[in-house]
Structures are given as C-alpha cells and as structure tokens.
Design a protein around this ligand. Structure first.
Ligand SMILES: Cc1cc2nc3c(=O)[nH]c(=O)nc-3n(C[C@H](O)[C@H](O)[C@H](O)COP(=O)(O)OP(=O)(O)OC[C@H]3O[C@@H](n4cnc5c(N)ncnc54)[C@H](O)[C@@H]3O)c2cc1C
Length: 360
C-alpha cells in the first residue's frame, strides 16, 4: 500500500555533491530539519575533482577572490566535518612548482618580492630525484588537499543512518508551489534548495542563469616512490588521490559534444608527464567531469525573486572546495536570519532575467 502521510521538513535539498553535502552539514549542525534527494545515476563534478584549495591563481600568481575570508572558514569546517565523521579528509599540501618556462620562473620571482603572502623559495636539489628541472622551482603555502570522495560517501552514510537521505531522481514538474511552502510527493517543505550542479540548467525556475559548463578530464596514475605529502605543478598538476595513487590533470574544455574521456587528452597528459617526471608511472584510470561554471566566475546564491520558497546555491566552477562551505552557510544565515548575501554572489543580480522567464 502506498504511504500517503505527509512529512514536514523545513528544507528539501536537491543534490548531494560538494554543495549539497555542505548545505546539509550546516543545517544538521544547527538542528534544523531537512531531507536531501540525490540521484545516484547522475555523475557529480565532485567525484572527479582533485580536491585542492590553492589561494593563488593565474600566470601573475595573484590571490583568488575573497580568499582571506573563505580559506579560514573552509579549513575550519573541513576539520569539523572530519571530526564528526571520524575520518581523515584534509591535509596541508604545499604546491611544489616545477616552472615549465623561464617566463613562469620570472613571474614567480617577481611575485615573491612584491605583495607576497603565500609564495616561498624551494631548493631544486630536493626535487631532482623526481622531476626534470630546467627552469627552477618554487612553492605555494596554505594549500590544502581534501579527500572529497571519502567525505561525500561517509556523509551520505550519516544521512542514510539518520533517515535524511532519499535516493531518487528529482523532477521540477513534481513540485506544487503553495503560499509559504512547496510540496514534492509526500514531503512538504518551507523551502527547496537546489544544489544539483549542472542539472539546474534544465530547471524551469533557474535555467536562464548564465551557466558555462566546462569539461575537465584527469588521469589516475601510480608513481612508486613519489612522496604524497605535496601537490606538484608544471604544465599539469599531480595531486595525491586515494591510497598510493595520484590524480593528473586537468584541462578546461568550453566546447564539447559529450562527457566521455578522449585519447587526445590522455596523449597530452602522458607527453607532459614524460617530459617532467623522472620516475616511471602507470596509468590506472581516466576520469571526466563537467564543472558547473558560469560566465561571471561567481557563485549563484539566494532565493528566486518571484518564488521565495525556491533557493539556489550553485555555479561554484573551478573553486567548489573553498566556496561551498562558506556560501552554503551564508545562504542558511540569509534564510534563517535574513543576513545579507555577498552582493557579487547573490542570485538577485540576475533578477530581471529570472523574472522575465516566468512571465512567459
Ligand atoms: C576535473 C575536475 C577537477 C576539479 N578540481 C577541483 C579542485 O581541485 N578544487 C576545487 O575547488 N574544485 C575543483 N573542481 C570543481 C568542483 O568539482 C566543483 O566546483 C564542485 O564539485 C561542484 O559541486 P556541486 O555540488 O555544485 O555539483 P556536483 O558535484 O555536480 O553535485 C550535484 C549533485 O546533484 C545530483 N543531482 C543532479 N541532478 C539531480 C536530480 N535531478 N535529482 C537528484 N539529484 C540530482 C547529482 O547526482 C550530484 O550528486 C574540479 C572539477 C573537475 C571536473
């Protein structure tokens, strides 16, 4: 017999990637009722991400957006979730730069002596047994590596154990919007929060947001003898992965026809590895994901301008590891206490296009 009892919760979260994990973690911590729906058949960007927070970016090696605020918040919260789940998921992992060109060496030396916070010198001799070094080395401090797969799997188990997880596909056509609430099947919530990554592009309420999906690939390799306390960066990054494996990548494809691995990518990575790695390696796997990026490189956080029962936290692009803990918390503080959302991230900057679409 079908169960027709209505279950009331304050929030219904769609998606348990990195963003849904953090959204539910903060709600859980605050003792606020929620359920979370995740479709196991839709691949998450989180499952293929290397899990790195790097406080600097670009050829000019400048600080990333809001890093002074976001980094300490993220680090503190990864430690808290690790403690709660009794797992080891975060570690400091300085990035060792094996400069791919003399120009990169010069950029590094310039930044080292100008407005430098995170860069420090490295003795190339230490790295000679592992890498072919022709343009010098450097390093970046305050970088972190997170085991995202371990975290999301363990958190999912916690959600199942506490009866908050629903393994199901969510379809917007199944919701009924009411005054001050929204219903999905037998669940009545005050608010739905969309944390479903690129699936939001098919969402009738939010699909006009300027998403710019970005395909990224990586190889999983075995390199016996390479120390795994660091991240290594040349033209490619080599990042510790699970067990004794390393993640090698990535690329940024703005135009693509499918989400399949390509031979071209594999050939390019292997050619870079051959030029830069002294140690022998073996390719174990080739993985692919699509980043929920957007044209402005700023997240989408807040409520729909016409339907306040529908909220979103999305558009994390290439920086989900650092942005997700902070902006999920900010959205909850907004919904619960009416605190302001960072204007550059607030989805209300797109009010006009979000309203326009609903007039049609
Ligand atoms: C190759 C690669 C490397 C990366 N490396 C890094 C890195 O080192 N550092 C960093 O900060 N970021 C990195 N990123 C970016 C990072 O992965 C993303 O910013 C982040 O994972 C986005 O998380 P999300 O929760 O928004 O989306 P997702 O992880 O895609 O999660 C969305 C979830 O929603 C679920 N879902 C979707 N539709 C539905 C539906 N209809 N019903 C139910 N459930 C649904 C999916 O199953 C999924 O679990 C990388 C990305 C790629 C592709």
């Amino acid at each position: 017999m079908q169960n027709t009892t209505t279950e009331k919760v304050k929030y219904l979260i769609i998606g348990q990637g990195l963003v849904g994990t953090w959204m539910s973690y903060h709600l859980d911590n605050a003792g606020i009722s929620y359920k979370i729906i995740n479709d196991p058949n839709i691949q998450s960007a989180t499952s293929v991400a290397s899990g790195v927070i790097n406080p600097v970016t670009g050829r000019r090696i400048v600080q990333t957006w809001m890093i002074d605020t976001i980094l300490p918040f993220a680090v503190a919260h990864y430690k808290l979730i690790a403690e709660k789940l009794k797992i080891d998921i975060i570690r400091t992992a300085p990035i060792i730069l094996i400069h791919p060109s003399e120009q990169m060496n010069e950029s590094f030396e310039y930044r080292l002596n100008n407005e430098n916070i995170y860069l420090f010198k490295q003795d190339s001799i230490k790295w000679n047994p592992y890498f072919k070094i022709t343009n010098g080395t450097g390093a970046i401090n305050e970088c972190y590596w997170m085991d995202l797969n371990k975290m999301t799997k363990k958190w999912k188990q916690y959600l199942i154990d506490t009866n908050k997880f629903i393994a199901s596909h969510f379809d917007c056509n199944d919701i009924i919007l009411k005054e001050g609430s929204v219903r999905w099947k037998n669940i009545e919530a005050e608010e739905i929060i969309f944390c479903d990554g690129l699936n939001t592009m098919h969402n009738p309420y939010f699909h006009t947001l300027p998403f710019a999906p970005n395909k990224g690939q990586a190889l999983i390799i075995k390199v016996p003898g390479l120390p795994n306390e660091h991240i290594y960066k040349n033209n490619v990054s080599i990042v510790p992965w699970t067990d004794d494996l390393f993640w090698v990548g990535s690329n940024y494809e703005w135009t693509f026809n499918d989400d399949k691995p390509t031979q071209d990518f594999k050939d390019k990575m292997m050619s870079s590895l051959d030029n830069f790695l002294v140690l022998p390696y073996e390719v174990i796997d080739h993985i692919v994901g699509i980043r929920p990026a957007n044209t402005q490189r700023r997240p989408f956080v807040g409520t729909h301008p016409m339907y306040p029962q529908l909220a979103i936290c999305n558009g994390m692009g290439t920086k989900g590891c650092s942005l997700a803990p902070y902006f999920t918390h900010q959205l909850i503080e907004h919904l619960e206490n009416n605190n302001e959302i960072e204007p550059e991230a607030n989805v209300h900057r797109f009010s006009s296009i979000l309203k326009e679409i609903n007039k049609n």
